[in-house]
Design a binder for this molecule. Structure first.
Ligand SMILES: [Zn+2]
Length: 282
């Protein structure tokens, strides 16, 4: 079973014409003003899954500043899930404008049956301690509903690219350790923060934290798989493509290079996330 744990579906009206949204939503514009940043339809996601032999995918939108657009995005994700109930696992995005109305959207979507929250991101200003602190009520809600929380995290060093933000690692680790009953998924190999789980106190804080592989062929040498398996354990790594950014095949090449085969490969490609979501959408 192959499950892609990181796929984006944006609202249909954004797919039709992204120009006004590039202007009205600065973080969106900073990533999507180039046509190289692809936007796809639900049908194209299904075609990608069929072509790649992907059984199921976790699909979510973009953390729009405009809360109405967040709601519209989530509603379209939900109807995509409804038309492909066996294959599409819906996660709810939330506005980067964290506050009471955003909490209400988290409540609305989780009560409606969404399987998780994410990918949460604040692309314009980055994850500061203030923004991370503002996540607490939402995370407590996820704990009550026993759903995972997927957070965009990127590496604090190296080349710059659209969507790369500053991340307060100690603030992030504080949020995680203050919520030990929540499953966190840190996107993009957690920006490398998992390395600190070689420290015993961080290891116990990250006991229920997973990292996904999204965009890694653009970021890391294939050796990252070996390093992450050795430090975090192969049971904590989830294949996520960031489609339409990259397809599964690019990741399989890195798996081959890194010598990721057999059970470990199966776990990363779907077994781990399948166990994580056990009882929901199975
Ligand atoms: Zn991301």
């Amino acid at each position: 079973m192959i499950i892609d744990a990181h796929v984006h579906l944006l609202p249909r009206k954004v797919l039709r014409d992204r120009t006004p949204f590039c202007k009205s939503d600065q973080p969106f514009g900073s990533i999507y003003s180039t046509e190289k940043a692809r936007i796809v339809s639900g049908d194209e996601i299904i075609a990608y899954m069929d072509d790649s032999g992907i059984n199921r995918a976790i699909v979510f939108g973009f953390p729009w500043e405009d809360r109405d657009l967040v709601k519209e995005n989530n509603d379209e994700i939900w109807s995509f899930h409804q038309s492909h109930a066996e294959r599409i696992i819906p996660f709810a995005v939330l506005s980067s404008d964290l506050g009471e109305p955003t909490y209400k959207e988290a409540e609305r979507t989780l009560e409606g049956g969404f399987a998780g929250l994410g990918e949460l991101a604040v692309y314009h200003r980055g994850w500061s301690r203030i923004d991370l602190d503002a996540l607490y009520p939402i995370i407590r809600l996820a704990a009550m509903k026993t759903v995972p929380v997927l957070i965009h995290v990127n590496e604090p060093v190296g080349h710059n690219y659209p969507g790369k933000i500053p991340v307060d690692f100690s603030g992030l680790l504080q949020v995680i350790s203050d919520n030990p009953d929540v499953d966190f998924i840190l996107a993009h190999f957690g920006g490398g923060v998992f390395i600190y789980s070689l420290m015993p106190e961080i290891r116990s804080a990250l006991a229920r934290t997973y990292i996904d592989t999204a965009a890694s062929p653009f970021l890391y040498d294939a050796k990252i798989y070996d390093v992450a398996c050795s430090i975090m354990g192969s049971d904590k790594i989830l294949f996520g493509s960031d489609f339409p950014l990259l397809p599964l095949v690019r990741y399989l090449k890195d798996f081959d290079k890194a010598g990721i085969h057999g059970n470990v490969r199966e776990d990363i490609l779907g077994g781990n996330v399948n166990r994580l979501l056990a009882g929901k959408f199975q």
